[in-house]
Design a protein. Structure first.
Length: 135
């Protein structure tokens, strides 16, 4: 995340307000990540039916982070959020081996999108650590 911000800092001199779009399959951990960014409780996150948006102030930037639901039925709506995106964070559940193929297919579709051409991309390999200790 810090690396992405450094890159954006180099890319643009102007306004320090950025629109970050967060996409990825359902259950990848997007909403959890969004809540962590704003220091909120992550213990009972429900699948996102529409979207969540939060404004986070960090390292001299105001980040408006859009987290869109990743369920298959919601994916056709992702495109409604492409416009004016400054950076795309694509979240992958690295523990869900059997869904890596599906995840990469969705990412390659995004990479072909005209509206996202040239937008910096961060692929976030999530779920490499446990959220809570096993009991
Ligand atoms: N172990 C582990 N679990 C995680 C991590 N991040 C998220 N989870 C769990 O993964 C599940 C899904 O997380 P969400 O944040 O709801 O996933 P999402 O990508 O927003 O899913 P949709 O809203 O359906 O698109 C939840 O049970 C989280 O607690 C992580 O880093 N490690
Ligand atoms: Mg969600």
């Amino acid at each position: 995340m810090a690396g992405l911000l450094d890159m954006l800092r180099r890319l643009r001199r102007g306004p320090k307000e950025l629109r970050i779009l967060m996409l990825g399959l359902d259950n990848a951990g997007k909403t959890t990540l969004l809540r962590r960014l704003s220091n909120e409780d992550v213990t009972c996150v429900m699948p996102t039916q529409g979207f969540n948006v939060k404004s986070v102030q960090t390292k001299g930037f105001r980040l408006n982070v859009w987290d869109i639901g990743g369920q298959k039925t919601i994916r056709p709506y992702w495109r409604n959020y492409f416009e004016s995106t400054d950076a795309l964070i694509y979240v992958v559940d690295s523990a869900a081996r059997r869904r890596l193929e599906e995840s990469s297919v969705e990412l390659s579709i995004l990479l072909d999108e005209q509206q996202l051409a040239g937008v910096p991309l961060l692929v976030f390999a999530n779920k490499q650590v446990r959220l809570v200790r096993p009991t």
